[in-house]
Ligand binder design. Structure first.
Ligand code: ZN
Ligand code: FE
Length: 269
């Protein structure tokens, strides 16, 4: 019996993680079947252009999570090289994202290749921040979350333009995603985040184990991104504001107060 390869079956979307600056990650999504690519938060155009050249792929979309320059800094240059690429961002970032053409809100969907992502409105780090969630494809068990500076591996973004209550609401949306969701966050902050986590979530064995693994990875310069939602729920204090030991440790009366105190402690850490 011979095996017939059916190229009409969509190949899974490939995700390439490109380091940029000192601790940013840029993500290039590639559909080899159509030779097209999209990029999430191009901090710097150069590594993206190099990767597109290697892949021989045309850039068709830029997915921005928020307006900070270490997320949109490559937009203009990429649009010069790929003028038909479409720039997506949050509706409340109107005027702050170079080249933005689509203004997304909670519940909107965006497509790339054969996949469709749900848009989540996740204010807190900035007032306009959004996240992109691709549910698992037909042949994969994993969903893919691009969450910018909202959720980090072991931490969360600073509150520049939002309140603790907003951020808890935003992080709750991400916490509710399936545990088998890869978390493609935009910075390599994991080791420092877990060092902080160990000072507040004292008896958490999952956290201790994770810290050792991350220490080992970083000592060999290996990336710790992507993480996943299951692991984050076990070990990230910024998804554990309602755990009794964290409420007690921060002497809080409510989960939001616990989150706010943890965020304040981390700001000083
Ligand atoms: Zn940011
Ligand atoms: Fe950032």
């Amino acid at each position: 019996m011979s095996v017939i390869l059916n190229f009409e079956i969509a190949l899974p979307m490939q995700i390439h993680r490109l380091p940029a600056f000192s601790d940013n990650y840029i993500f290039v999504l590639h559909d080899p079947a159509q030779n097209i690519a999209a990029v999430v938060d191009p901090a710097d155009p150069q590594p993206v252009l190099r990767k597109l050249k290697d892949l021989g792929a045309d850039l068709v979309a830029i997915f921005n999570t928020h307006h900070h320059s270490d997320h949109v800094g490559g937009n203009r240059r990429l649009l010069q090289v790929f003028p038909s690429a479409v720039v997506y961002g949050g509706e409340q970032d109107r005027g702050r994202i170079p080249g933005q053409q689509h203004f997304l809100k909670e519940g909107d969907q965006v497509s790339f290749a054969n996949r469709t992502a749900d848009v989540y409105f996740v204010p807190g780090h900035t007032r306009a921040h959004i996240a992109y969630y691709f549910p698992p494809g037909a042949e994969e068990g994993w969903g893919e979350l691009f969450c910018g500076d909202t959720l980090f591996a072991g931490g969360c973004g600073r509150l520049f333009e939002g309140t603790p209550a907003q951020m808890v609401d935003s992080l709750s949306k991400l916490r509710n995603l399936p545990e088998h969701t890869r978390v493609w966050c935009a910075h390599e902050y994991t080791l420092k985040n877990l060092q902080f986590a160990l000072t507040v979530d004292l008896e958490n064995l999952h956290l201790k184990n994770r810290y050792q693994q991350v220490q080992e990875s970083r000592s060999q310069s290996r990336p710790t991104v992507p993480s996943d939602i299951g692991l984050e729920k076990q070990t990230n204090p910024f998804l554990r504001w309602d755990q009794p030991n964290l409420i007690a440790h921060t002497k809080s009366n409510t989960p939001v107060q616990c989150f706010a105190r943890l965020r304040g402690m981390k700001d000083q850490f």
